[in-house]
Design a protein around this ligand. Structure first.
Ligand SMILES: Nc1ncnc2c1ncn2[C@@H]1O[C@H](COP(=O)(O)OP(=O)(O)OP(=O)(O)O)[C@@H](O)[C@H]1O
Ligand SMILES: [Mg+2]
Length: 263
């Protein structure tokens, strides 16, 4: 779909080619993220969703094409510009990337200790606030990752990403492997972050329920690019059998009400 001239583009990917050895991942890929929106990326396992997010942060380089964030070419950024980029744009890794040796306070407050002059008390308060935002009790602050369940660790990862108040958050499959209750909680949390912090975000997910309920637009990754980008209504209106497979959720009606409850 055509670029929208009335909205401010935050991330612009143009003419991206990317291969690993002989394996083509992207070919002529284009994607735009606009200010204030939540864009979900859907696509098969191994299609390149994580690589796409990594290119937005300069953690992977395209072979050809342009990646701009806030109008600046990521490939041309020096060390300081890349550091600033990664403060503005947080990345919630798909893998559990917590530091096992650190307690939750230092895991979530990591960037605050590293990059700000906040006092210990201020950091503790901010960490507690972020934990509350992801539905975790304050008591976990002194525990270690090993003391928490998988779902709780995922939420700690989310709290860590928002601690430094990034402008944009890239969520890489935040609900993978979680039980239905945790998935619902994380879906609600994403909506709340969006509403309360007016956050711009990209959500990579295999979970249609979460995608439908938190996204303003969906982007379907297929054939090494994003041939379909739009709102759920726009994509469904295309009545393209190719995308039916991506957008059909037999449980949608059942789950709609659960997700819509205020958290
Ligand atoms: N650093 C790398 N070196 C070589 N190949 C890589 C590298 N990173 C990713 N790939 C390959 O690129 C392809 C896309 O990987 P990617 O992790 O982006 O998939 P994905 O869409 O995120 O999948 P999933 O849904 O399973 O997370 C895969 O075939 C993967 O093996
Ligand atoms: Mg991935």
């Amino acid at each position: 779909m055509a670029a929208d001239p009335t909205r401010l583009p935050i991330i612009e990917m143009r003419g991206i080619d990317k291969s690993f050895d002989q394996t083509v991942i992207f070919q002529g890929m284009e994607l735009t993220l606009y200010e204030g929106e939540t864009l979900s990326i859907l696509g098969e396992s191994g299609s390149g969703k994580s690589v796409c997010l990594k290119m937005m942060l300069g953690l992977a380089d395209p072979d050809r094409g342009s990646v701009k964030v806030y109008g600046k070419e990521v490939g041309a950024m020096d060390h300081d510009a890349l550091l600033q980029l990664r403060r503005d744009v947080a990345y919630v890794f798909q893998e559990d990337a917590l530091f096992d040796s650190m307690d939750i306070l230092h895991n979530v407050g990591y960037a605050l200790y590293e990059h700000t002059r906040m006092s210990d008390e201020e950091i503790r308060a901010r960490v507690a606030e972020c934990l509350a935002m992801v539905g975790l009790p304050e008591r976990v602050i002194d525990l270690h990752p090993a003391d928490l369940s998988g779902g709780m660790r995922k939420r700690v990862g989310l709290a860590r990403a928002i601690a430094i108040k990034p402008k944009v958050v890239l969520f890489d499959d935040p609900t993978r492997g979680l039980d239905p209750q945790s998935i619902t909680l994380i879906g609600r949390m994403l909506r709340r972050l969006h509403r309360e912090l007016n956050m711009t975000s990209v959500l990579v997910t295999h979970d249609l329920r979460t995608a439908f309920h938190v996204s303003d637009r969906l982007a379907i990754l297929e054939d090494h690019r994003f041939p379909y980008v739009g709102t759920l209504e726009e994509l469904r209106a295309l009545k393209d059998p190719e995308i039916e497979g991506f957008l059909y959720d037999p449980e949608e009606e059942l789950w709609g009400d659960v997700m819509s409850e205020s958290a």
